[in-house]
Design a protein around this ligand. Structure first.
Ligand code: ADP
Length: 345
């Protein structure tokens, strides 16, 4: 027969322990055993918990009967995890006890950390062009006031820097709009082939300027599907702009459409939008991180090319909204191939 303490902790939907006034662990539920180790029942609680703040909270609660809050930090084998622990006094006979419950707040803490990192990154990205602008304005007001040649050069740099800030703010706004809509399914009907054609048309000038050949490869049949035309255009623009920017003079960038065909990974009929280039490619170890905000393989080169570090993060959110997938294949020196798989139904 299970003791009433055991029955009690087994009903708690979190890791939970019952610690008696004699400071022994009277009962632990299965989640607590998997968190703290099997064999802790019957032991002195200090030997099972070993974290001074939590031990003090339990001792204090057993002494004065008041509830306490504490933390338990551990590692689940893959990552550091944080538990918020609540300690509640239970005035039962023949012996009083405390009920100790562990709530996993790791995801919450990580979200907080991500938010702090994001704010720090945005501030840093904005500060660099802003510092340049402030510096040049000072120089134009002072030492370079009467120097026509310097004034023109500085104004050109200021023009570049202010456009960089404008692009960054534009991409941040796009990202927040796309994130806000991520759960709303698109209702428009569009032709991905037409979207490729219009995107290629608007990027022709950039391709020419960069000495890159921009090609399209479309099927003979027309494909129509549900999707947000403007967002798919943004996906293709971001991917093709990257391909043109990073593959460099003399390379070939191809935007193609295939399908619809059955995609086992999506378990449905889907089309593929493929943007490939013959540039330098990307080292394999960077690939899993490319869609993180502000992640760049080569920060210097990205900035030089006017990149904000947000293009692929925006692509990822749009693809998620369409319940599709983004696949990246590349090896250093062998070009890059970005494939967007979108379900047609
Ligand atoms: P950025 O604004 O820096 O271009 P993105 O999020 O669009 O930001 O891309 C992230 C990084 O991925 C880029 O800084 C670049 O290093 C790398 N990258 C993206 N596309 C390509 C490509 N076609 N070839 C080589 N590197 C690429």
């Amino acid at each position: 027969m299970q003791s009433s303490a055991a029955l009690f902790v087994n009903a708690v939907p979190l890791p939970a322990l019952f610690i008696s006034q004699s400071e022994r662990i009277e009962a632990a539920n299965a989640a607590a055993l998997s968190l703290l180790g099997t064999g802790i029942e019957g032991r002195h609680f200090i030997t099972a918990l070993r974290q001074p703040m939590l031990i003090e909270a339990i001792e204090a609660s057993l002494r004065d009967g008041k509830p306490r809050k504490s933390e338990y930090l551990t590692n689940d084998g893959q990552q550091d995890t944080t538990y918020k622990v609540s300690v509640r006094y239970v005035d039962m006979t023949p012996e009083a006890a405390v009920l100790v419950c562990f709530e996993d707040v790791t995801a919450f803490e990580q979200a907080g950390q991500m938010r702090r990192d994001f704010v720090a990154n945005v501030s840093h990205e904005l500060r660099t062009p802003l510092t340049a602008l402030i510096g040049f304005i000072e120089t134009l007001k002072g030492p370079a006031r009467d120097d026509d040649v310097a004034r023109q050069r500085f104004l050109d740099i200021m023009d570049d820097e202010s456009k960089r800030m404008n692009r960054l703010v534009g991409d941040l706004l796009s990202l927040s709009r796309v994130e806000a809509e991520e759960r709303v399914r698109p209702t428009e009907i569009m032709s991905p082939g037409d979207v490729i054609k219009t995107t290629a048309h608007s990027l022709n000038a950039l391709a020419k300027e960069s000495d890159v050949i921009l090609k399209t490869d479309l099927p003979d049949h027309d494909v129509v599907m549900g999707g947000d035309r403007d967002q798919i255009r943004q996906v293709l623009t971001n991917l093709a702009e990257n391909a043109i920017k990073y593959s460099g003079a003399g390379s070939v960038v191809t935007m193609s459409l295939t399908g619809p065909a059955y995609e086992p990974r999506l378990r449905s009929q889907a089309i593929r939008l493929i943007v490939s280039d013959t540039g330098q490619g990307i080292d394999v170890h960077h690939i899993p991180r490319l869609t993180e905000r502000f992640y760049r393989v080569d920060s210097h080169r990205s900035r030089e090319m006017g990149g904000t570090g947000l293009g692929l993060a925006i692509v990822k959110h749009i693809v998620n909204r369409h319940r599709g997938r983004l696949e990246v294949e590349s090896a250093k020196g062998q070009g890059a191939c970005f494939t967007v798989i979108l379900p047609v139904s």
